[in-house]
Design a protein around this ligand. Sequence first.
Ligand SMILES: O=P(O)(O)OC[C@@H](O)[C@@H](O)c1c[nH]c2ccccc12
Length: 264
Amino acid sequence: MNILEKIVKDKRKEVALKKSIVPSTQFEQSVMFERKGASLASALRNSSIGIIAEHKRRSPSKSTINQNTNVGQVAKGYQKAGVCGMSVLTDIKYFGGSLEDLLLARASVDLPLLRKEFIVDEYQIVEAKAYGADAILLIAAILTKNEIKTFSELAKSLNMDVLLEVHNEGELQKSIMPSLDMFGVNNRNLKTFEVSLETSKLLSTMIPNDFVKVSESGISSVEAIKELRLFGYQGFLIGENFMKTDDPGKSAMTFINTLHKEDS
Ligand SMILES: O=P(O)(O)OC[C@@H](O)[C@@H](O)c1c[nH]c2ccccc12
């Protein structure tokens, strides 16, 4: 079993247990259901920078990245730096995140927030809304075409944007549908952890122009962004490069300032 299959297997167990304890109808009591929500796709479309900064304590590929973060402070730092949105890992077992992290980020900033999770059940989408998410991630490698359709339609009905993640042509072709807002090309192969920006370049031409193109993972330089822009990317998801420092907000600020300087 590869790591992705392992994560999904554990995730199905986790969701089954949660479902037996808290019915999803309970989430509808959350005040978050009255929030209109901020669109991540629009923020990216209207930005010349396009950074989505991530909160990630650890990962299966790197183990510990940063265990000493205060997610509220990181969120405020990212907002101050001028990011378009923030991605919050909520998986506990493999990434050291939690739904509480999402809620704390929500309480700290108005930025569009992406729930970064291995979504395998509609329950997690209603839950995402209840904890303040503005957007969800769907991973084509772990979902059928039909699941992508029903899950994305549910997210849209709850006023959340959908980022659909792919890392090869087959996943991309099966996923093209109007209920998605953004396509994310993951430069990291979740089965082998190999990272290559070539993946984004290769798949860019196959993504229809109605979707915002996001390049995910392994981005650590302003040069990489300038290059990816030439392939039509408007969004850049960056985690480790900021999170590995003592002050992720500050390193995002330095990064974005450099980008502004080079653009002017
Ligand atoms: O830390 P990086 O290399 O900048 O990558 C961020 C993000 O793309 C990565 O965390 C990610 C992309 N897709 C995922 C799916 C699940 C968990 C994590 C991810």
